[in-house]
Design a protein around this ligand. Sequence first.
Ligand SMILES: Cc1cc2nc3c(=O)[nH]c(=O)nc-3n(C[C@H](O)[C@H](O)[C@H](O)COP(=O)(O)O)c2cc1C
Ligand code: SF4
Length: 450
Amino acid sequence: MGRKLLLDKVQIENIRFYDVYRREGGYRSVEKVLKTMSPLDVVEEVKTSGLRGRGGAGFPTGLKWSFLAKPEGIPRYLIVNADESEPGTFKDRYLMELLPHLLIEGMIVSAYALGSNCSYIYIRGEYSWIVDILEQAIAEAKNNGWLGKNILGSGFDCEIYVQRGAGAYICGEETALLESLEGKRGNPRIKPPFPAVKGLWDCPTVVNNVETIAAVVPIINEGAEEYAKIGIGKSTGTKLISACGNIINQGVFEIDMTISVEEFIFSDEYCGGIANNRKLKACIPGGSSVPILPANLLLKTTKGNQRMMTYESLAEGGFQSGSMMGSGGFIVLDDNQCVVKHTYTLARFYRHESCGQCSPCREGTGWMEKILHKIENGKGKQSDIDLLWDIQRKIDGNTICPFGEAAAWPVAAAIRHFRDEFEWHIDNPELCLQKNYGIANYAKPIEILV
Ligand SMILES: Cc1cc2nc3c(=O)[nH]c(=O)nc-3n(C[C@H](O)[C@H](O)[C@H](O)COP(=O)(O)O)c2cc1C
Ligand code: SF4
């Protein structure tokens, strides 16, 4: 049984409510930092823990905090990114729904470290019931003296507000989020300047993921060195993974990242194996934006080592044979699934969600969707595969924000690893056009199955 730091108390009845959360040791980390640590001590502690951002990019959290500009006389902001609109990712929702006080506790400690007296949770618009849960928890925290002025007589003031988005995936990108929070259309900003220097209302701002901020609580309670002992290399601590697709146990799991991908998929403690006695065909290990991997590359690196669930191991081999941890949205495909159809579904999503500011992304996502639609409907040509490849290459690296890569990589990886399936699709248009065929008949039988 792996060590749990975030979800260790999730089974306790009514842990969502303040009295139970406090009885179980909640808010200890706030007492500890306000009574015994300076803000700089907290930043150093988070640095020592090796915590990396859990929102997708995996940037070291303590380092990011240390970049925050500190001019006197203007506010500094902490923003929690709870937009969570990446297909396949639902870990933050789980955490906020069941453990709202863990997030609030982590926010108070983080806000103290950053010198921020006003913090926001920017939450996906569709999570309306979680807004209610968070607002109730914030009110409870305030009534019990953990928010407001001069907390525990320390002189530190802290307020937390919840702001709902309007349902756009791009508003999860940190600068689009800031625009949206300022009441404007959620278009990403050109960087630099980075939010740490010029963020919300041009003030120094740190944007962190929900899970990142929640992880600050065990780091303070257990001590950074203890936290860093869990995991390996630059993948310290525990990680929440939302697992879905063709597995027996779908849900959110907290893992020690040293477990192998094979153990994660097949052991009863986690995914429990492939559902309906089918075989593992492929997996997208980090949310819809990261490269898909066929079963053999997913389980082992090209050096023949077992692939672990770490940031480094999932990425080993670069884009030729690796993928990414991303947002931890683990999407499993069995041998009944068609990669062409799957890629088309994602391309539709990215075309729909592009903000339209840069032409490679605005036009390219539309072209990719149209070509994949053609192939999926039995009207593709073999030359379309190279055309798709060419379009994704022209998007990748040529846009204002990383959404361009997020749209390009799924197409690139699908062609790289499943080109024969695209070719087979194009050579067998009658199968695509026969509406009575199930997905199984669309999926080309492949050899690499586990
Ligand atoms: C299109 C797009 C969507 C994103 N959505 C989210 C999101 O929903 N939640 C999140 O934490 N980060 C998201 N990110 C990453 C954020 O820009 C940012 O890197 C992150 O919030 C930083 O927090 P972290 O360092 O704690 O990971 C997204 C990035 C892009 C390009
Ligand atoms: S890459 Fe796409 S989503 Fe990002 S700014 Fe450009 S058009 Fe908008």
